[in-house]
Write a protein that binds this ligand. Structure first.
Ligand SMILES: O=P(O)(O)OC[C@H]1O[C@@H](O)[C@H](O)[C@@H](O)[C@@H]1O
Length: 296
């Protein structure tokens, strides 16, 4: 497929929802739904899908799409007054045709810029004015780059705080054949034990039961090694100190209406996040959080 022209195309996805399809010159691609600013597909130049999306995913607003890369903002999980994982994943974003320049992002020409701003109704839920700019880009080697820029545009002088995650669902062959590297020996908050703090023991992270952990102060690079597929994902992040690792396993899978009973075997969420220390912005201030996914 080499030699194709890079393209960025707005078209209709499932249930007529708008999506943007990015294709690079070598044939790698990504798809982003305007609903949620939600990446639902990332494929190699051999058309191999790298993200997991449930066969039972409901592409019906306001329910967030199960799989891909939901954006959790301004609240990760259920800690806070807002709905689980905040509202950004349930909103319709628009294409930002005139974003402020990205100083360090000049290598990719295959990208889309989205923007989310609050409506009057949104103020009732979260009384802050903000501009959330999301750039989804395909790099020259087929890597997928997500950059979020969040600005406080409050006119009343008030700061705001938020937590954040790129809730990435990686597609894996078999969860029992997967190992995560980069998080061993770190402290984590266990969401299955009321966020009690523990220290990870052992040299490698493997999976034999449900996991829902927030690793703290993690390195910039995390690897997800799929032995069966002989495939490694590398996640690089910037501005996002924490990393969530989630797999619901069988019992929770059965309780989720938009997730197949056995699908937990074929996915693993590893999420670049800022959770333990919420980000606080004064009016006029901007925060940037970036996550780049590679496949080897
Ligand atoms: O079902 P949701 O709202 O998409 O959340 C899925 C999971 O997302 C994870 O990031 C959380 O750590 C889990 O606690 C949560 O169950």
């Amino acid at each position: 497929m080499a030699g194709e022209k890079p393209s960025v195309e707005l078209c209709k996805g499932v249930n007529g929802l708008d999506k943007v399809v990015l294709r690079d010159a070598r044939g790698s691609s990504a798809e982003v739904y305007l609903f949620g600013g939600h990446v639902t597909s990332w494929r190699t130049d051999h058309r191999e899908e790298l993200l997991f999306v449930s066969n039972k995913a409901i592409f019906k607003p306001p329910k967030a799409i199960r799989g891909g890369i939901p954006i959790c903002f301004p609240q990760f999980s259920s800690h806070g007054n807002l709905e689980q994982h905040g509202f950004a994943r349930n909103k319709f974003w628009i294409i930002d045709t005139d974003p402020p320049p990205f100083p360090s992002d000049s290598s990719s020409k295959t990208f889309v810029d989205l923007i989310l701003k609050p409506t009057d109704d949104d103020f009732k839920i979260w009384p802050h004015s903000y501009e959330f700019r999301l750039r989804v880009a395909l790099g020259l080697g087929g890597d997928l780059m997500l950059t979020s820029r969040i600005r406080n545009t409050n006119a009343d002088g008030k700061p705001f705080s938020f937590t954040f995650a790129y809730h990435t669902y990686f597609s894996v062959s078999d969860i029992s054949e997967v190992r995560v590297e980069g998080l061993e020996t770190l402290d984590y908050l266990d969401n299955l034990k009321e966020r009690e703090r523990f220290t990870e023991q052992g040299d490698a992270i493997t999976f034999e039961s449900g996991v829902d952990k927030i690793y703290l102060s993690t390195p910039a690079k995390i690897a997800i090694i799929d032995h069966e597929k002989k495939r490694t994902f590398v996640l690089r992040k910037d501005g996002l100190p924490d990393a969530v690792v989630w797999n619901p396993w069988d019992r929770k899978a059965k309780a989720m209406p938009d997730f197949g009973d056995d699908e937990y075997k074929h996915m693993l969420c590893v999420e670049a996040a800022a959770i333990e220390k919420p980000i606080t912005l004064k009016p006029g201030e901007e925060w940037k959080g970036r996550c780049v996914l590679y496949r080897h």
